[in-house]
Write a protein that binds this ligand. Structure first.
Ligand code: XMP
Length: 508
């Protein structure tokens, strides 16, 4: 299969670059800049893209790469830091720019294989403090901006191209065209990466690998494990057992919907473990958010592994791990703000024949496309992100069965109204939170002293940053009216108008 390497020098958009390449039907994988050249040679890439990064190439502590990479005969595209790195490696001059460029800038482009169908003047996204003051010998300048004398350069003999701007972000008007041109005009790609062939190939591989053995999968009802389940069901049917732990922290009717979907639409053994009470007991009196997460995570796996131990013929253990969970970033460890977990460790006393991760090469949007093609209902495939600890981190303070019921009802009203108004799939995430707050209200002639509910809704591309969503007042009014009327025990509704940062999406 034709493949592009995205060589990661610590840029914040490295995953985006790979996704954009894949959108053009070419498989792309990300490797850190520490990968040896031999490994790169072995993998026979059609092209290599150097990502951006926060450093200066003339700082010797910065990520560099051996210059032989430019002499392998494999086309290279450098982006931002990657562009400066090519210049530096090939003997050009990189300096701190007299004027840093940040944001949308007008680019003037000359004819080049990477600028085919790109107008002479267009807007690009720039974010740099260093620049190429003199390109290396053999390289010609193919674009400029008012403050950047070399905004792009090329060496057509060696098929090496470099752009100071970020073609991968949508703010660069023709950025996608530049990437397309690199793939098809320079690397000579054919566009073989399509989801139908992924499904067919994976099913064959899974059948070969699993043979007549069994497979166990932990199904959470989230997108990744649901798609993994559907794919495995297509491959091996009843040899698959899905274990669905319902900890009582899901949204209204969600557990029943997951059960119905997988028992009626897919061929498999489905085991549902209902353990809401167990979780309420384990969480009694606990108010600290990280402690709640720890208990929910630990208890979840205690229940899950106890159920697995009961299975006599275990076979393989499958997981819905996706590509972003596997990428080793050039940035080193990002700060852990909240504890999320993706890959599951198996306890020592539970033995499997091996681990199967059928989605480990896919980005989330690709997983969704596979899910749609496998016939999983839209509600599951396009499900908004839902935190592992579920409603447990949307109830501030102690979690009780009553509070869970109250939150579920309010959240169901919000979802219903958002769905009626076409927001179900058009907003990154929205949900209700039940803070540990009671306020005074009035109903008829009576004083009330009831719960406050908060609505949280955000727009975001990547969940690293987010903006609070500007939901029309009319919809908010309807939701507030319905919640206070339909959910006994709630007398006040507020709307969270905090962006991330400084707030996070979830309240805990
Ligand atoms: P935060 O609150 O960190 O949320 O801004 C960013 C995104 O991550 C989701 N989230 C989680 N997902 N386990 C998960 O699988 C978790 O513990 C967890 N905490 C937050 C959150 O819903 C949002 O989409």
């Amino acid at each position: 299969m034709e493949k592009i390497l995205v060589l990661d020098f610590g840029g914040q958009y490295n995953q985006l670059i790979a996704r954009r390449v894949r959108d053009h039907r070419v498989y792309a994988e990300i490797l850190p800049y520490t990968v040896p050249l031999e490994e790169i040679r072995k993998r026979r890439y059609k092209g290599i893209i150097f990502t951006g990064g926060p450093n200066s190439v003339f700082d010797m502590e910065s990520p560099h790469y051996t210059r032989e990479i430019l002499d392998m005969g494999v086309p290279v595209l450098g982006i931002c830091y990657g562009c400066q790195l090519i210049s530096w490696m090939a003997g050009g001059e990189v300096k701190t720019a007299p004027v840093s460029e940040y944001g949308k800038i007008e680019l003037t482009a000359k004819p080049s294989p990477i600028f085919e169908n790109v107008p002479e003047k267009s807007i690009v996204w720039m974010s740099h403090t260093d620049y190429i003051s003199a390109p290396p010998e053999g390289y010609e300048i193919i674009a400029t901006t008012p403050d950047c004398p070399c905004a792009a350069m090329q060496n057509t003999k060696k098929d090496i191209y470099a752009v100071q701007f970020h073609p991968e972000v949508t703010h660069s008007e023709y950025g996608d065209k530049v990437l397309y041109n690199f793939l098809y005009n320079v690397c000579d790609c054919k566009g073989e990466w399509v989801m139908d062939s992924f499904i067919d190939d994976t099913v064959i591989k899974l059948r070969e690998q699993i043979g007549d053995k069994n497979v166990i999968l932990g199904l959470s009802g989230g997108v990744d494990s649901s798609v993994a389940a559907a794919l495995l069901s297509k491959a091996v049917g009843k040899q698959l057992t899905c274990v669905f732990v319902d900890q009582g922290l899901m949204r209204k009717d969600e557990g029943d919907f997951v059960e119905k979907t997988f028992t009626t639409m897919f061929d498999m053994n489905f085991v549902r473990v209902n353990c809401a009470e167990h979780f309420i007991n384990a969480l009694r009196g606990v108010t600290d958010p990280e402690e709640k997460r720890r208990i929910i995570g630990t208890e979840f796996f205690n229940v899950f592994w106890d159920e697995i131990r009961k299975q006599s013929d275990k076979g393989y253990f499958a997981q819905g791990t996706i590509y972003p969970d596997c990428i080793e970033s050039g940035k080193g460890d990002a700060d852990v703000i909240k504890t999320h977990h993706n890959r599951v460790k198996t306890p020592e006393d539970v033995e499997f024949l091996g681990i199967i991760e059928p989605l480990a090469d896919l980005f989330k949007d690709e997983v969704r496309r596979v899910g749609e093609r496998l016939g999983i209902p839209r509600e599951l495939v396009w499900r908004q992100p839902f935190p592992g600890p579920g409603l447990g981190v949307r109830i501030i303070g102690e979690i009780t069965a009553e509070k869970l019921d109250l939150l579920r009802e309010a959240d169901a009203v919000l979802r219903d109204e958002m769905s009626k108004n076409g927001y179900e799939n058009n907003l990154a995430q929205f949900f209700c939170v039940l803070p540990d707050v009671k306020t005074v209200g009035v109903m008829g002639d009576h004083r009330t002293y009831d719960n406050l509910v908060a609505i949280r809704a955000v727009t975001t591309d990547d969940f690293m940053t987010a903006d609070w969503a500007r939901i029309p007042y009319d919809i908010l009014a309807k939701v507030s009216n319905r919640i206070t009327n339909e959910c006994a025990g709630i007398n006040r509704v507020v709307y969270d108008i905090t962006s991330k940062p400084p707030g996070t999406v979830e309240w805990e």
